[in-house]
Design a binder for this molecule. Structure first.
Ligand SMILES: Cc1cc2nc3c(=O)[nH]c(=O)nc-3n(C[C@H](O)[C@H](O)[C@H](O)COP(=O)(O)OP(=O)(O)OC[C@H]3O[C@@H](n4cnc5c(N)ncnc54)[C@H](O)[C@@H]3O)c2cc1C
Length: 512
């Protein structure tokens, strides 16, 4: 993989932002890009990346008659964000949605509106429209290809029934089906071959090929029809996450495909002069239990707060209504002491919670086996179970006076059915009988929302907002789908849908 040193990265990043104020200079800087003396290989379509977006694009380009080569920086399609995902895929117009009387009420326009409203209208309409219009067909392709069992479920932020969920809750199902589809077509993934250069001809505004791999393995590959960049986002490493998103620097869990560090985006900035957009927006859940550096599981605290628990900060104070959408909770964490928060409940609340969700269940609380949860209670680093509030605060470092005051206020809110702090309306259980249970959480940064800009055909836009010939993008590397906030299911759905569209359009179809 091309290594950008911190200095060269910042230099190039500065160049990228300079494009906004000095676009012609940016274009001129790319004219130095020269073509290789010889091509090692010539195909119709080069696909970069073998996650859901890349493999879907490769299948579509092949089916449209293209000779396709796939290159990936990593070692396996099972080491991708798609494989890690929770198997939630939002789509309009799938067979499954159409067959459901509730689902049938949806429209692509309503889907697009929901995405944009959830994202505070910071989305870019081109990728949103493309996604909303074509997602059902992309999902049907996976279903026809033998996708494992799935169902429709309502999901927060979606006004209509359109969240297709794998029964397994695993993105691995998509990868398995697409790997089989590649095999069926005789398409092979070239691993350990990250993109190191885009060959760009400024005279014709065309990407003509790529260099992939490094050292002895480096190869120049000409792409007669085009290159599809499907190289994922930037949350794969703490370094790439922190570099682009200073508000989480040094904090929380970084999770994503291990090669998803934004290198390909920066190669595109350097060689093609395309601007990046929305880089500081990430989807981050307020649910990460930090263990082993920047790793750790996900704690579904809403099962606890729906059963009487509350969220507090290190001062022992509530800071938000616990009913808020989770991606809307995360930004508040940056302003809490130590950037963390805690879910707190008493014995009755814990018992009520465990009647609904078992420790060690697939949808975990946190997603650890029951024995590990018990061991963590004993270890007392992130999870605590204590007989009294004083003991709980002494062990966790949460302010005891603050927490006691907060409990008084909360219990009065339950009694009066009036949450004067944050307007929560479902409070019915006072907190009061120990032992007390508490879990400390930081942001769980699992997908990024920035990257290259595209038109509705998934063609990458240059500094002048004109499409670059023969250059397409798909998946998490595309900017502006989610705007300011990601709404569940839209990333996995977008990855496969944009791959479906890009793979056909690169071969000359007109899906937009
Ligand atoms: C834990 C987790 C849970 C999630 N759950 C959901 C969910 O339930 N629903 C939802 O909508 N979204 C979810 N997401 C987000 C969603 O999974 C991703 O946005 C989506 O799958 C991205 O697909 P992709 O193909 O763009 O990227 P990936 O699947 O990550 O594939 C990118 C590929 O590009 C390769 N690559 C990287 N850099 C280079 C380079 N320089 N050159 C060549 N190749 C390169 C990588 O090795 C990788 O194989 C989740 C994400 C995570 C991490």
């Amino acid at each position: 993989m091309t290594k950008f040193s911190r200095r060269s990265f910042l230099g190039t990043a500065a160049a990228a932002s300079a494009a906004a104020v000095s676009a012609p200079a940016m274009a001129a800087s790319t004219s130095a890009g020269n073509l290789p003396a010889k091509w090692d290989d010539t195909v119709d379509v080069v696909v970069l990346g073998c996650g859901g977006a890349g493999m879907m694009a490769a299948c579509q380009a092949h089916d449209a008659g293209g000779k396709v080569a796939i290159y990936d920086a990593g070692q396996s399609p099972f080491h991708t964000a798609t494989n890690l995902c929770g198997g939630l895929f939002t789509a309009w117009g799938s067979r499954m949605q159409n067959a459901d009387p509730e689902g049938k009420k949806d429209s692509w326009q309503q889907f697009a509106e929901d995405i944009m409203a959830y994202g505070n209208y910071m989305s870019l309409k081109e990728p949103v429209y493309c996604f909303a219009k074509h997602s059902g067909k992309a999902f049907d392709f996976l279903e026809d290809a033998g996708l494992a069992k799935h169902h429709l479920e309502p999901y927060a932020g979606h006004s209509q029934l359109r969240a297709h969920r794998q029964d397994s809750f695993k993105g691995r199902d998509y990868i398995e089906v697409l790997v089989k589809q590649l095999d069926k077509r005789g398409l092979k993934i070239n691993h350990g071959m990250g993109v190191t250069k885009f060959y760009f001809d400024p005279a014709t505004n065309t990407v003509v090929g790529v260099q992939v791999g490094e050292g002895d393995k480096a190869k120049n590959v000409k792409a007669n029809k085009g290159v599809i960049m499907a190289t994922g986002g930037i949350t794969g490493t703490p370094e790439s996450l922190d570099r682009w998103v200073p508000s989480v620097a040094g904090k929380g869990v970084a999770i994503g495909g291990p090669k998803n560090d934004g290198t390909a985006m920066m190669v595109a900035v350097r060689d093609v002069g395309v601007p990046l957009s929305h880089m500081q927006y990430i989807a981050s859940y307020p649910c990460g239990i930090v263990v082993n550096g920047r790793n750790g599981p996900y704690c579904r605290w809403w099962f606890i707060t729906n059963n009487g628990g509350i969220l507090v900060n290190k001062n022992g104070q509530r800071f938000i209504t616990e009913k808020e959408g989770i991606c809307h909770v995360t930004p508040h964490l940056a302003f809490q002491p130590e950037g963390c928060h805690y879910v707190l409940t008493d014995q009755d609340g814990w018992d009520r919670t465990l009647q609904k969700i078992k420790l060690g269940a697939l949808i975990g609380l946190p997603s650890w086996p029951a024995e590990r949860v018990e061991a963590e209670f004993k270890a007392g680093k992130n999870l605590w179970k204590c007989d009294t509030i004083d003991e709980l605060c002494q062990k966790s470092g949460v302010n005891a006076d603050g927490l006691k005051k907060q409990l008084d206020v909360w219990n009065k809110a339950v009694e009066s059915k009036n949450d004067t702090q944050f307007g929560r309306t479902d409070q019915q259980w006072k907190l009061g009988r120990g032992p007390w249970y508490m879990i400390r959480m930081e942001p769980w940064n699992n997908l990024s929302c920035g990257g290259v800009r595209v038109n509705e055909d998934m063609q990458v836009l240059g500094w002048d907002m004109k499409p670059v010939n023969n250059f397409y993008a798909a998946g998490e590397t595309v900017a502006g789908v989610h705007g300011a906030f990601y709404c569940g299911g839209n990333a996995c759905g977008f990855a496969h849908t944009s791959g479906w569209v890009a793979g056909q359009n690169v071969m000359g179809k007109k899906i937009g």
